[in-house]
Design a protein around this ligand. Structure first.
Ligand code: AMP
Ligand code: ZN
Length: 668
């Protein structure tokens, strides 16, 4: 047998044994025999570097050291999940689904594994990258570390798509976690707090050999590809299993919300017997075509819902309540508690949300309160133990005036939060807005930190973000801890921010409800601040994914003369307030501002690509059919009620091909 075939044979054998042991939990040879084969392979590979394979089972032992994890853009965005807590929440969700989907909806129920999410990319059956979730758009390349996790196949079996991503959760099972802690304690080190943090910390270790020592596992739950050989989520889980992935068997099909609840109730108890942590259940619309029809909000898929199991609780004493003023002027009451340990961390503060919440729970100073920690970082108070209330206790009076600027607080109808209306004179608002403007995802001004911003405002050197562009070295030199060099760097950073593209400037303006994704949408759609500032509520809500709340906030922002003055100043200083000419050069205006609704399943290109093509060619994408819709691009299997509505409103219904011809699209 040639050396090459010998190496291949060993790799194949080891791969199969890894799979038997780590995925099927059913070893067919001893560890000792496995090690002998592995050593033999390592030796041959060392002697014959010409047969190197980045996905050989020998890379499982690690050894690659990463100094700095590269950032990789996800091919498909990694979304978050909406949460539900009751049967009612689930029924409400089902109602929303029924508005968009004709016919019967069934669900796949899965466990929600509590670890660190990961996106794996495979090409021709080989693992080529593993990227952390990061901000959902981009994450860290942790491929070298991930390759040491033995339940992740480096080479697939069966009939796999040419390229695809698969999503999963890296978890640290209790057994392994406890063993790691035992070893740490024996060495006099502090034990790790919980499996989840340890799992996610492991992904960012610089030495992959260290990661290889940790008993991590990867549980897979989602295939993402332009085309899959299956029609439902449930089948896709089985299919992933057939390719060699570790997909837990707990998943179940549910034909009604009652079936879903049965699954939840069963696992709320049984989960304590599982070898790893879970914090809930994820319910997904089963049909992939329905999923496609439903699409995404700016944060999460509309076709999936997490149901959180009840979180851990603990009792402690409420000492004082303080009130914070955010950059939007929103007041948040915060409970200062007698420190207490909860789910592995010491809790000193808890969110009280708003005045209604305090009133509803009748929370008073010196009360014994129950604190709960759900998924969020700040725990919340969920109830008061009335038996332990002191006799002289009085109901809490919510503040009526801003604790920072003494302006009387307002509360808009339908909103839970009180606001300080002193938009341009309330320090935390002024400072918060500028801090947001310079932050990394906005204008990203190098050399200017949050504290310096506070200093500049407190010294009366700036009053708003446009004032940054008037600063001079002489003005900032006298500031505390400001050397000549840092002053110059600061001004350089401010100058450089004039090159930041419009969508990020728009995000930086700090319009309420306009986050990163929404800013991108608005920038692409309206192209310039001038267009956007003239937009009406109607023209705003006509934009895909823009709702009424956002639209009102945008209109209100531009109606404020204070803001328009600042924007004029920004314009005058040369900050990017329109989409760059270069970007526009890659686009056409063939579609003339026409409004499109996309529905159904398409042959040649994906639904999201279609939407991008519409926008890049001067069209607009809307989420639902109305009298303002010009075209409905209808794919296969599209819902009959949408079709009927389009016909009733006499909207032109065109096929994918007719659309592509319209924009003279050629690169298929
Ligand atoms: P959240 O971080 O609360 O928005 O929840 C979303 C995260 O849940 C995803 O990023 C996944 O990492 C995780 N997750 C765990 N189990 C599942 C599952 N079965 N399906 C989808 N997501 C899951
Ligand atoms: Zn104020």
């Amino acid at each position: 047998m040639s050396i090459k075939s010998k190496i291949n044979e060993l790799r194949e054998t080891l791969r199969q044994h890894n799979y038997n042991y780590y995925v099927l939990d059913n070893a067919t040879i001893s560890d000792y025999e496995f090690d002998i084969k592995l050593k033999e392979l390592q030796k041959l590979e060392e002697l014959h570097p010409e047969f190197y394979d980045a996905n050989s089972p020998s890379v499982r032992v690690g050894g690659e050291v990463t100094k700095h994890f590269a950032t990789i853009t996800h091919t498909h965005r990694m979304y978050s999940l909406d949460n539900s807590y009751s049967k009612k929440d689930l029924l409400d969700w089902e109602q929303r689904l029924k508005k968009q989907i004709d016919g019967k909806i069934s669900f796949t129920c899965e466990l929600k594994y509590d670890g660190a999410s990961i996106s794996l990319k495979y090409k021709n059956g080989s693992l080529i990258s593993a990227v952390t979730r990061g901000d959902g758009f981009k994450g860290d390349d942790v491929t070298a570390n991930i390759k040491t996790i033995k339940s992740i196949p480096l080479q697939l079996k069966g009939d796999y798509p040419e390229t695809f991503d698969i999503r999963g959760e890296i978890v640290l099972p209790f057994d392994g976690f406890n063993a790691m802690n035992k070893a740490r304690i024996a060495q006099g080190e502090v034990p790790y707090k919980n499996p989840r943090n340890t799992a996610s910390g492991s992904l960012k270790l610089q030495d992959s050999a260290q990661v290889a020592q940790r008993p991590l596992e990867c549980l897979l739950y989602g295939l993402v590809a332009d085309k899959l050989p299956v029609d439902t989520q449930y089948e896709s889980l089985k299919y992933a299993q057939s390719l060699g992935f570790k997909v837990p068997d707990a998943a179940k099909l549910a034909h009604s919300i009652d079936d879903v609840l049965e699954f939840i109730n069963y696992w709320d108890v049984e989960r304590h017997k599982l070898p790893y942590e879970t914090d809930g259940v994820v319910i997904k619309v089963n049909s992939l075509q329905h999923q496609d029809e439903l699409g995404f909000t700016s944060k999460a898929p509309r076709w999936a819902m997490a149901y959180k199991f009840k979180a851990e609780q603990v009792a402690t004493v409420l000492k004082t309540i303080s009130y914070q003023v955010g950059r939007t002027g929103a007041i948040t009451p915060v409970a200062n508690l007698k420190p207490v340990e909860l789910a592995g961390t010491v809790v000193k503060r808890a969110s009280l949300h708003n005045a209604d919440q305090i009133k509803k729970l009748d929370i008073r100073l010196n009360d014994t309160v129950y604190v709960e920690k759900g998924g969020e970082i700040i725990p919340k108070i969920i109830a008061v133990n009335l038996n332990e209330r002191t006799l002289n206790s009085v109901p809490t009076k919510y503040i009526t005036h801003c604790p920072e600027c003494q302006t009387e607080l307002v509360r808009k109808e339908g909103e839970a939060q009180h606001y300080c209306p002193n938009y341009s004179g309330c320090k935390p608002q002024v400072i918060g807005r500028i801090q947001h403007f310079i932050s990394r995802k906005a204008l990203d001004i190098d050399g200017l930190g949050a504290e310096t911003v506070a200093l500049l405002v407190n010294e009366g050197l700036i009053y708003n973000y446009a004032d940054l562009y008037n600063l001079t070295v002489n003005q900032i030199l006298p500031l505390e801890r400001m050397a000549k060099k840092s002053a110059e760097n600061l001004l350089k950073g401010i100058e450089a921010s004039k090159l930041i593209p419009f969508e990020r400037v728009l995000f930086g303006l700090g319009i309420r409800y306009v986050g990163e994704t929404v800013a991108k949408k608005l920038a692409n759609h309206f192209k310039s601040i001038d267009n956007l500032s003239q937009a009406t509520i109607d023209s705003l809500v006509a934009v895909d994914e823009i709702g009424e709340r956002i639209a009102e906030s945008v209109v209100e922002f531009f109606n404020d003369i204070h803001n328009s003055t600042i924007i004029n100043h920004l314009k005058h200083h040369g900050v990017q307030l329109e989409v760059s000419a270069e970007k526009i050069a890659n686009q056409t205006s063939i579609l003339n501002g026409d409004s499109f609704v996309v529905s159904g399943v398409f042959e040649k290109i994906s639904r999201s690509k279609l939407k991008t093509l519409i926008e890049n060619n001067g069209g607009r994408v809307s989420s639902s059919i109305s009298s303002k819709t010009n075209y409905l691009i209808a794919g296969a299997k599209m819902g009959p009620s949408k079709l009927a509505k389009a016909e009733q409103l006499k909207i032109s219904i065109i096929t994918e091909n007719q659309f592509l011809d319209k924009i003279e699209y050629s690169d298929i």
